[in-house]
Ligand binder design. Structure first.
Ligand code: GBH
Length: 459
């Protein structure tokens, strides 16, 4: 079946600063909380991996843009490292840091590739963490100041800005579970960080209305929560999980309210947001980015803290190397649900992809990452299903352009359509990169080349 996408649908690939750049302290940059986290043996990443070199994109940016051009990408989603721009987080601007992103954006525009920057993909300046980081209410002003510096520098060349990437991950991983920087474990802090993240997002949108002339939005990770059974306890558990991961951030930003289930999830750590905080978080946005990887099936479990809900592993389904179930129909469901709940907002898939171990590369061909090819074709097909049902989806960014630092999982988990050899830093497009080039060229039709009969993908 041939499926093409709307005219001007934007096809691209995504990365994030700390995951690919390397040289985190170069040219006057300040340290970020991720630099600190990966270098602190008490916090630690199991493998000892750091972002010191990563893909060395900071030094190889021009060649990388050339590669993107060869891959036929129409857009490149990247993030800006706040502490390269403002080494102390506020105040003094580091011109050399700005210059790096200006060169990147210029090269992209010269190559006809649309730049899609995200202002915050988890690398808070360490100097701001010393002042409380996301726990300090002033972070909204700090983020607004940084955002305005970027808009003033690059709004002529950039037409679409995203504020935060996945605020849920920042609060849950950084402040509740301690598995991501800054590595705290407190449900009280998680609730505070959650609110300050959305206040900061709102402040950055306000700043855009003062200085910018194009579009600004925000990026959420959305993961549908299916109840394991019709039992009311399981249905309620799924609703709590959905409120916590999905609606906790999108509701304040888009509806100006918090999901009522959060009181139950957070217990005494929950404090109702003031009307002022809700109003600040709820600024009109021009688009929303959605990152979709998987779904989860959940059942009630009194001992599972704090949600009293636990995931039920789907036996027989395919799982990626990160243990996430491959379930393409939930991509469609996510998009339909989003429109139904939040109304007609232009949507972009800002991340979708999978970690699979690379099969050994044969001498005469690229790394044959068939699992990734099937994953991408099936999920792009699922995006098409949502568009066919009338959802306004305007673009798709594969995660990721490169194998890169998979945060606390280090370099072992590979999400790239381009292989990176971490000894030589050589970039080698995998079979999925070739498939993706054909998908872009054919505006989606080439997903039909991927045999679904050979697919292990359920759904
Ligand atoms: C994204 O986050 C990040 O933006 C990106 O930097 C990162 O490299 C990429 O994904 C790959 O991890 O354990 O089955 O319950 C991903 C957000 C939220 C997706 C948690 C998976 C857990 C699935 N993730 N979710 S499960």
């Amino acid at each position: 079946m041939s499926r093409t996408f709307p005219d001007r649908f934007l096809w691209g690939a995504a990365t994030a600063a700390y995951q690919v750049e390397g040289s985190p302290l170069a040219d006057g940059a300040g340290a970020s909380i991720w630099h600190r986290f990966t270098h602190d043996p008490r916090l630690m990443i199991a493998s000892g991996d750091t972002g010191d070199v990563a893909c060395d994109h900071y030094n190889r940016m021009e060649g990388d843009v050339e590669l993107m051009k060869q891959l036929g990408l129409q857009a490149y989603r990247f993030s800006i490292s706040w502490s390269r721009i403002l080494p102390e987080g506020t105040g003094r601007v580091n011109q050399a840091g700005l210059d790096f992103y200006r060169r990147l954006v210029d090269r992209l525009n010269d190559a006809g590739i649309v730049p899609l920057p995200t202002l915050y993909h988890w690398d808070l300046p360490a100097a701001l963490d010393d002042r409380g980081g996301w726990l300090n209410r002033d972070v909204a002003e700090w983020f607004g100041e940084y955002a305005a510096v970027m808009y003033r520098a690059l709004d002529g060349e950039v037409r679409r800005w995203a504020t935060l990437n996945e605020p849920w991950v920042v609060a849950d991983g950084g402040y509740l579970n301690g598995v991501l920087a800054p590595g705290h474990r407190s449900i009280f802090e998680c609730a505070i960080a959650s609110r300050n993240l959305m206040r900061a997002h709102g402040r950055a949108v306000q700043a855009y209305r003062e200085t910018g002339r194009h579009e600004v939005g925000v990026v959420f990770n959305i993961e549908p929560k299916f109840p394991a059974s019709d039992r009311p306890e399981d249905v309620a558990a799924a609703a709590r999980a959905d409120a916590y991961m999905n609606r906790q951030y999108a509701d304040p930003a888009l509806l100006g309210a918090c999901p009522p289930e959060l009181r139950d999830v957070y217990g005494e750590a929950w404090e109702d947001w003031s009307a002022d905080d809700l109003a600040l978080a709820c600024q009109p946005v021009d688009f929303v980015g959605i990152n979709y990887y998987t779904r989860s099936v959940v059942r009630a479990s009194e001992s599972a803290w704090p949600l009293r809900a636990e995931a039920v592993v789907q036996e027989g389904a395919q799982h990626t190397e990160t243990g996430w179930e491959v379930f393409p129909p939930a991509m469609t469901r996510t998009l339909l649900w989003f429109r139904e709940r939040y109304g007609e907002i232009p949507l972009y898939i800002m991340e979708n992809g999978a970690a699979f171990a690379d099969p050994a590369s044969s001498a005469d061909g690229p790394i044959a990452d068939e699992d990734r090819c099937r994953y991408l074709a099936a999920h792009i097909g699922a995006v098409h299903d949502a568009i066919a049902a009338g959802v306004d989806v305007r673009g798709y960014m594969v995660w990721s352009l490169f194998d890169n630092l998979e945060w606390a999982l280090g370099y072992a988990k590979r999400f790239g359509i381009v292989h990176v050899d971490y000894d030589t830093l050589a970039r080698t497009p995998k079979k999925s990169a070739d498939l993706y080039r054909r998908i872009v060229e054919s505006n989606g039709a080439a997903i039909g080349d991927v045999s679904s009969s050979a697919s292990k993908i359920s759904g």
